[in-house]
Design a protein around this ligand. Structure first.
Ligand SMILES: [Zn+2]
Length: 303
């Protein structure tokens, strides 16, 4: 009996306490709403009458103590009306949090929401501009293979993107990446295809030795040969140079380590004076890129 009475009393006390808390929350929220409405009205009035500057300090002075009284109350009593608490807090510290808090929420929420429906996964092509950094590639007359490779790769990146592919650049600047690492990076970045860009060279100089050729490996039956063939054919359709055809090698590091169809394009000979002049000319580089892009599109067409 006694115990029941005590329990009943405790329950009643708890109920009473909860009611009290609920009323406090409700009143605090109401007060906050009133303050916010008041603030909005003041801001509106301020916009209407530009000379109302005197009234604002007065208002903020009366608002902030009240609001700061409410904020700790809400904080202690409950965490479930956090949203109104955040708003209230924002309104309270009028000068700083309002501009930062409001746009921060909007700018992060809206842009991420809009691209997500359009971000259908694209087919990724990995472009490997051969050499780079201290590895110059072959050189003639102060011209470095690494520079032409990068220039062509950058043009090709643009072509492919315009055609609707995504592009992963193994290097997009003058730095060196280990050859073993290049195809690994490509795979890690979701590449479906791997194309390495190089210039050819021979011992000594011979202007007559010119033309493009495309290398592939056949350790995996993944279509690399067909890819090489498409690129060799399309490249020499767009660019006025000899088609030296496709060549098989399982010794080229970047091709050996690729786990997607891969080929290495020797765009022309740096050792030919005539072809060298073309290979370092942006107009010609753009044409080479166009040709390689056409080959890639033939091998891996987009819907
Ligand atoms: Zn090279």
């Amino acid at each position: 009996m006694d115990m029941n009475y005590l329990v009943q009393r405790r329950i009643n006390a708890r109920k009473k306490y909860r009611r009290k808390v609920a009323i406090t929350i409700a009143l605090s929220v109401l007060l906050l709403i009133l303050i916010i409405v008041g603030l909005i009205k003041v801001i509106m009035d301020e916009k209407k009458e530009k000379n109302a500057e005197d009234t604002i300090p007065g208002v903020t002075a009366t608002v902030s103590p009240e609001a700061s009284d409410n904020v700790p109350d809400n904080n202690i009593v409950t965490g479930n009306n956090e949203s109104s608490f955040v708003n209230g807090g924002g309104e309270t510290a009028e000068n700083e949090p309002v501009p930062t808090a409001v746009p921060a929420v909007n700018t992060t929420a809206i842009p991420t929401a809009t691209p997500s429906p359009t971000s259908v996964p694209k087919t990724v092509i990995a472009l490997d501009a051969g050499h780079g950094g201290e590895d110059l590639g072959s050189t003639r007359q102060g011209l470095y293979e690494k520079d032409a490779n990068l220039a062509i790769a950058l043009f090709l990146e643009k072509e492919l993107e315009e055609a609707g592919y995504a592009v992963f650049m193994v290097r997009d600047g003058d730095f060196y990446v280990e050859n073993e690492e290049r195809p690994v990076l490509a795979s890690q970045n979701g590449a479906s295809l791997y194309v390495s860009i190089h210039l050819n060279s021979i011992e000594g100089d011979n202007d007559a030795t010119q033309g493009a050729e495309v290398w592939y490996a056949d350790m995996r039956d993944d279509g690399s040969e067909a890819l090489a063939q498409y690129i060799a054919d399309e490249l020499t359709k767009v660019v006025d140079t000899r088609n030296r055809g496709i060549k098989l090698s399982n010794k080229l590091t970047v091709l050996r380590h690729s786990d997607v169809p891969a080929c290495l394009v020797e765009c022309g000979f740096i050792t030919s004076e005539t072809e060298r002049a073309k290979l370092f000319d942006p107009e010609y580089q753009k044409k080479v890129a166009e040709g390689i892009c056409n080959g890639i599109q033939k091998f891996l067409p987009l819907e």
